[in-house]
Each structure stands twice: as C-alpha cells, then as structure tokens.
Design a protein around this ligand. Structure first.
Ligand code: FEO
Ligand code: CA
Ligand code: CA
Ligand code: CA
Length: 596
C-alpha cells in the first residue's frame, strides 16, 4: 500500500476522508468522480417511455427502473467485466414523494398500481467505459420483477396449508415480492434478496392470532390502502397471503424468463439479506439477519454440495441448494461479568466486548427441533421457534458478509433505542448499550474457521457513534483519527479485505449518511474513514466495491419529516426545482484504482 494523507498505510484505502456534511449532493474524496448510473423512472426497455413525474402510469413504471433502490449487485458478463448486470432491489414506495397532492386516505387505483410496479427488482445491463463511468444499456437480459410477478415457493414448507390461498390452492405460487432490502450474490451467479418489512402491506389480521402480532401484522388499515384494491392484502379475506412474504428469494438474472423462487428452508422473518459461503466439503452456508429490535441472527447449512462451473445445469442444481438443509439461530454468551456490562457502552475490564456462542438448530427438512412446533410451523413462524430455544435478542441485525480471505463473518447491528426501556431487555455483552442510537459491528468466527461449526467466538469490531463520545469503540484505534458513523446497515469487502459499511442513521449524528471503509487487521484495524456521503434525507445502500469503481444506491433522497412532493427538501440528482429520485451512483478515479 501507499501512505495515506495522515501517514498510515493500508492497501486500497489511500483517500482523504469526506467530512460530515448536510449537502444535497453526493460528496466523494478529492480526485474522485461520481455520476448517476440510473434513476427511478429511467427506461429499462426500448419501448419504455421517458420518465414524466407528472404523468406516471403503472404500465410505464413496470418498464422503468423502480423506486427506492437498496441492494445492488454487479455481475460480470465478460471476463474483463466491461459489461455487467446491475441487479437492484426496490425496497418500498414513498407515495407522498412520488405524487403531488397525494391523499393518503384516498389513493387512486393508478397510484396503487404504480406502487406495485415500483416495488421488486431491476436487472439492467451496464457497460464500463475506459474512464470508469457505467452506462445503462438495453439488453435482452433487462428485466423488471414487481409486486405482481409470479414466484414459486420451494423447500420444506412449500405447499403447506399455511401457505394456501383462494387464488393458489397449491400453496406454491405467489404473486410478487415486497420490501426487498439487502441481498447477496451466490457463488453460482444468482441473486438472493430478503423480504424485510412485509407486515406493513397487510390489513385486518385476526386479533386472536398471536403469530401475526409477533410479526408486526396488527393494523386494520395499511398506510398504502392496497387492501382496497386487491383482496389478497386484506387478511380478513385471505388470512394466509401474508405467510407467503418474509422469505429469501432467489433470482437467476442470466435467464430473464426464469421464475424466481422463495426458499422456505431459510425461514420466515424480516430478512435483511442472505449471504452464502461454501464450506470446506462443498456444502453451502447462508447467514441472514432479522432486522428488527431484539431479533435474531440465523444460519442455514445445506445438505447438498455445490456443483462447480457456470453451466446452466450447474446453476439449476445450485439453485436447489437452499431448499434442503438445517436452519439454526444464534445464541451468544459474553465472557465478562454481567455487572461490567452496565449499558453505558464502557469497555469491560478485559478490554473487549467478546465471548462465545452456538448455533441452535430449529429444523432440518421435515424434522423440527423445537418442542411444540411442527417443521412447517418452524419455517413459517420462525421467530416463535427462535423465541422458544432462547436465541439472543440483538440490536437490529442487518447485513452479514463473510470476509473473503479470513472467513470471519461480519454483521452490522444497526441500532436499538428500545434496549433497556421499561419492560425490555437491558444491555448484554454483544449489545452493550441501552438506548442504542448508533449500533455496532460484530465479528463472528466459526470454530476452527469451519463454516459448518455449531459453535463460534465473537467480538465487537466497532461500537458506533461520535468518536469523541466515551461510549464508542473503534477496535482500539486512536479515536481522534476516525470518522463518525451511526447505524451501520450494509457491509461489503474490497479485494484487499477492507470492510466497507453503508449507514442508515437518519441523521442521528446531525449529518448525512455515508459509505465508510475500515481495515479489519493489522496496525490500522479500526481506522474508519468516510469515502462518500449521500444527499439530504437519503440512506446509503447496496455498496459494491470494485477495483476501479464503487457503486452505491442512494435510497429515499429528501425523505425527512414534513417533506413531500409538494414540499421537496432535496432536488438530487437533477437539481433546480426537480423532485428527488432514488438512484444508483458510480464513483471512480480516472486512470486509477479505488483507494490506490
Ligand atoms: Fe431495510 Fe434492514 O434495512
Ligand atoms: Ca469481554
Ligand atoms: Ca438495510
Ligand atoms: Ca436499514
């Protein structure tokens, strides 16, 4: 590596950190360029109309880039990676920002159908020019998946009575995917996508059904009122439709006619993501976090082994790997005396928040390990199964990634302001702060480095927040030299093994969200630096750290309290008096590699 401006040496991180700011633009380090790759409403197909904010239609939206891009992946289409497939999730719609004069009590059918078409995923060919810029292209591989695209349920709970509806008495065919937050790229070149806060789309739950309340399905009317336009969103009429969301979905972006699947073997909860690694014997392991306060971290181990190669038949086999296996949940123990974990975030006397843990099995195929629950119930009501085995309640488990060189697993725990509140659990060693506004990043090392292990050790790499505050920790690094960070969400690695973290703090530190990089080994471990910040009201999502280009999704620019399409507070990216548009942004440095 080359020396950084402040004299430190870390391969791939030679850039001057971006200062905290509240600017309505994407701010990158000196010498770097940035440009929008694609915006909400941009056409993905030659027959799609140009975006017209004041004349939107559902038919147009179904052929255009969707709203609120979150996860993103770049899959190379040639060995040099000149052409790539950009796959993005469209997590949710923000109707007050999408439509002028929006009346939340009386949405129109057209507005609702635009929202259905703005959810889901986009697949888009992009080409990288010599200077690093990414340009979108029309391609036969381009695809939109929406809230009405057919999906097949697979795995042990497929066909279960709990998943059958009037429209689908087989319990295997679902229309659409909702609230796709983060995801993962599988080693076989497909995309996993987590259905996260699906509860918000369903109205009128049976109040006597505690299993629905456990998932936050509690309202007699939803915010978007979809239940008025399609009875499947009205649980009084279709009580099982909600059970068909909350899964990890898998999409083969190389086959635009393929039917995407929902893998029931990975359990049903508010999946942030799912990320796959290959164990030494060829079986695959997927980690997934349930992103809500006091929820859990899960691991799935496949029965079958991965088939090498990128042939269609290998991919077809590998797309069944997540259908048969064992689902477990994490139980953490700390090694410091309980009285030293006082909720303040101060380090215990051994100098580390750390300890051991175990993966507690919940179900394997048709066999349940949870007393009083069938295997089908474990898969469909996974949260209740994890409750019963005493899993450890975490501070909002977000993205999870395995380090490409060391095999150490990194999990972002976003925040949990309810920890320590009246009647709620207090501090634990992996979740050491009460009223936790800023979150932490956890390292988990499977025993012997074996992905199949049933036990692990763990420690906190970062306890986030203002580095000047005594309740923060940056792996013991000099806190006067690190960037402030709040609410870690997505994590990714560069080719050098540095960890990159996207934040979703909602300005908890009074500044815009950003993308940060931190070495996880060597003398510079803990030296966190801000690489970019995003515009007002936006969240940074879906980072992809390439050799020559970094991409991020800028989700919900301008989404702050009191703002709307009638009163926009952001005009990014188009400037002037334009409406803000969620977009993918590429960052590069002409003629140079990232961070070098
Ligand atoms: Fe959609 Fe967990 O962030
Ligand atoms: Ca300790
Ligand atoms: Ca997220
Ligand atoms: Ca988040």
């Amino acid at each position: 590596g080359t020396p950084t401006a402040d004299g430190a040496v870390t391969a791939g991180l030679d850039f001057t950190p971006v200062a905290p700011n509240t600017l309505d633009r994407v701010v990158v380090p000196e010498g770097y360029h940035q440009a929008v790759v694609i915006r909400w409403g941009d056409p993905l197909f030659p027959d799609a109309p140009a975006f017209d904010f004041d004349h939107q239609t559902a038919a147009a939206q179904a052929r255009q880039f969707g709203y609120n891009c979150d996860f993103a992946a770049l899959l190379p289409l040639d060995p040099a990676g000149r052409a790539q497939l950009l796959v993005t999730n469209h997590e949710y719609t923000g109707e007050p920002f999408m439509f002028r004069g929006y009346d939340p009590e009386h949405p129109t059918r057209e507005q609702v159908e635009i929202a259905w078409a703005a959810h889901g995923l986009s697949v888009l060919r992009v080409e990288q020019g010599r200077d690093g810029r990414l340009t979108p292209r029309f391609s036969p591989l381009n695809r939109r998946i929406t809230a009405t695209t057919p999906f097949r349920l697979t795995g042990p709970a497929a066909g279960s009575a709990l998943l059958r509806t009037t429209a689908d008495p087989t319990g295997t065919l679902v229309l659409g995917t909702l609230n796709n937050c983060a995801g993962g790229v599988t080693p076989w070149g497909t995309i996993l996508s987590g259905e996260e806060n699906f509860n918000q789309y369903f109205a009128n739950p049976d109040p006597a059904e505690p299993r629905l309340a456990r998932y936050g399905v509690t309202k007699t009317a939803t915010e978007r009122k979809w239940e008025r336009f399609d009875p499947r969103f009205d649980l009084a009429r279709e009580p099982h439709e909600v059970n068909r969301f909350g899964w990890v979905v898998e999409v083969d972006p190389h086959d635009p006619t393929s039917t995407p699947v929902k893998h029931t073997a990975l359990g049903r909860f508010k999946h942030e993501c799912a990320n796959v690694r290959i164990a030494r014997d060829g079986r695959v392991v997927a980690y997934s976090g349930d992103d809500e306060r006091f929820e859990y971290i899960y691991k799935f181990v496949s029965d079958k082994k991965v088939r090498q190669g990128s042939s269609r038949s290998a991919r077809r086999h590998n797309m069944t790997l997540l259908d048969e296996g064992t689902l477990s949940v994490a139980r953490f123990t700390g090694d410091s005396p309980a009285e030293e974990i006082d909720g303040s975030g101060r380090l215990p006397s051994d100098g580390r928040f750390d300890g051991r843990g175990e993966w507690v099995p919940l179900a394997s195929g048709g066999r349940s390990f949870v007393p009083g629950m069938t295997a089908e119930e474990v898969y469909v009501f996974t949260r209740l199964a994890a409750d019963r085995v005493g899993a450890t309640k975490m501070d909002r488990p977000e993205d999870i990634q395995t380090h490409p060189h060391t095999g150490v697993v990194y999990c972002a725990l976003s925040n949990n302001v309810d920890r320590g509140k009246e009647g709620r659990e207090g501090a634990t060693e992996p979740n050491p702060r009460v009223g936790n506004k800023h979150g932490q990043v956890l390292e988990l090392t499977e025993r012997g480095g074996d992905a199949l292990s049933s036990t692990f050790s763990w420690d906190l790499l970062l306890v986030c927040g203002d580095p000047a505050s005594p309740d923060t920790y940056f792996a013991g690094y000099d806190k006067s030299r690190v960037s402030p960070i709040s609410s870690p969400d997505n994590v990714a690695f560069d080719r050098h093994g540095n960890l990159w973290i996207a934040s979703d703090s909602g300005a908890a530190l009074g500044a815009n969200d950003g993308l940060y990089a931190v070495p996880v080994s060597g003398r510079e471990r803990g030296h966190l630096k801000a690489f970019l910040t995003v515009p007002v009201g936006a969240e940074t999502c879906g980072p992809v750290i390439g050799e020559r280009v970094v991409t991020v999704c800028v989700q919900h620019p301008g989404e702050v309290d009191g703002a709307s399409a009638d009163n926009p507070v952001s005009h990014w990216p188009d400037g002037g008096d334009s409406q803000p548009r969620p977009s993918v942004v590429a960052v590069w440095r002409p003629g140079r590699r990232i961070g070098e």
